[in-house]
Design a protein around this ligand. Structure first.
Ligand SMILES: Nc1nc2c(ncn2[C@@H]2O[C@H](COP(=O)(O)OP(=O)(O)OP(=O)(O)O)[C@@H](O)[C@H]2O)c(=O)[nH]1
Ligand SMILES: [Mg+2]
Ligand SMILES: [Zn+2]
Length: 297
């Protein structure tokens, strides 16, 4: 038997990547009735029969799984945003950082369309966007600046793909499919208007698919613009704002959630500029959501 990763299930067959090639697999006995429980990204053991055919004999326990997209055992997520258009939605970015970190997936922020900076270099909006994402590097997140148009940064993205299962996430129109095409020109994924028109159908009729890309596996996803926070206790939210831990000094109250309390070290750090204002504003928004959700449980 050989170990592999499930790329996709399609019309009763399962495509598994193992030992550098793709196997068309059917299910062995007891799995047949449980077929629907397989997820893209599942680690499986397969038994080759002839040619590229094999049967799935065993499914390993999942390390993690995401609901949207429905995929298991993801190592990292590329959180893709565009420099100028569509304007980076930092609220969504901060939500995504929480969502992936919570299940142990490493986030990598990809700032695409950096070629737009040259075109609009006089434009204050572009300048703001650049600096507003740069500070994420100081929060110990990886940030790669790319342009699928000029090829800038593509080699660096390819490096990050190596030996990993990566999922793309981000709003519609930021260039996720364009990025896949830049990494692997053979795929020719639909981009732009066509992609948007097909999106609904594609989203509902097809499961997410992993593609062999460079030396890793990559899943493209349709864009989205809203995201719920995972279930957590209000005091856990600070864990997803790593920069809060770097703040010197202490809050007056040990139970301080850095919101309405007096003598708060975090609020002082926002005032002094040590903590980015947008990050703190999102923290407060998220805190209210977490507290509202607590009441429902
Ligand atoms: N200027 C510029 N435009 C780009 C770049 N990358 C992609 N685009 C354009 O941005 C538009 C959207 O690209 P897509 O790749 O379809 O975006 P997507 O994120 O896959 O969108 P959805 O599939 O709807 O989620 C297209 O018109 C692309 O040509 C880039 O680096 N620079
Ligand atoms: Mg797309
Ligand atoms: Zn505080």
């Amino acid at each position: 038997m050989i170990a592999g990763i499930l790329l996709k299930g399609y019309s009763g067959f399962y495509y598994v990547y193992a030992e550098g090639r793709v196997w068309e697999c059917s299910l062995r006995g007891r799995f047949r009735i449980q077929g629907q429980e397989f997820l893209t990204g599942d680690r499986v053991q397969i038994l080759p029969s002839n040619g590229n055919k094999a049967t799935i004999e065993k499914v390993e326990e999942r390390r993690n799984s995401l609901v949207r997209p429905t995929i298991a055992n993801v190592d990292q997520a590329f959180l893709v945003f565009a420099l100028v258009s569509p304007r980076p939605d930092l609220n969504l970015l901060d939500r995504l950082l929480i969502q992936v970190s919570e299940v142990g997936i490493k986030p990598v922020i990809i700032l695409n369309k950096v070629d737009q900076a040259e075109v609009n270099s006089e434009d204050a909006t572009a300048e703001n966007s650049i600096s507003s994402l740069d500070f994420y590097q100081n929060l110990h997140y990886d940030l790669i600046k790319v342009s699928t148009r000029t090829g800038q940064g593509i080699a660096e993205v390819r490096e990050h793909l190596k030996d990993k299962v990566t999922v793309l996430a981000g709003p519609s129109g930021v260039g996720k499919s364009s990025l896949v095409n830049a990494l692997e020109p053979g795929f020719e994924l639909k981009t732009g208007e066509i992609s948007r028109k097909l999106k609904r159908g594609r989203h509902t009729t097809r499961h997410v698919e992993l593609m062999v890309c460079g030396e890793g596996l990559l899943a493209d996803t349709p864009g989205f613009s809203s995201l719920y926070l995972p279930k957590m206790k209000r005091e856990e939210l600070t864990l997803f704002f790593p920069e809060f831990a770097d703040v010197p000094g202490k809050c007056r109250f040990t139970s301080c959630v850095h919101h309405k309390e007096p003598d708060c070290a975090i609020k002082a750090a926002v005032e002094s500029g040590q903590i980015e204002k947008s990050r703190y504003e999102h923290y407060c928004l998220f805190l209210e959501e977490v507290i509202a959700a607590e009441r429902r449980y």
